[in-house]
Design a protein. Structure first.
Length: 71
């Protein structure tokens, strides 16, 4: 979840930076903001993959416990 939240923050920061650059006519700042947005989206996807892996592991452990006979 940390990567996903970090990505969301990075994307929002990038959008703000892009808009500031656009309004100020500073193409460098504008493109830097766009790059931050891409990085934020990548971080969000990494968070999604990690969450999917954790969910799969949790499900496997739960299934193993259900299959074990009671003590």
């Amino acid at each position: 979840m940390d990567d996903k939240l970090k990505g969301i923050g990075e994307e929002l920061k990038g959008k703000a930076k892009e808009e500031i650059g656009r309004v100020a006519g500073d193409r460098s700042t504008e493109w830097s903001g766009k790059a931050e947005q891409v990085k934020g989206k990548i971080d969000q996807k990494i968070g999604d993959v990690k969450n999917t892996g954790a969910d799969a592991e949790h499900d496997a452990v739960r299934r193993d416990r259900e299959e074990l006979p009671p003590r």
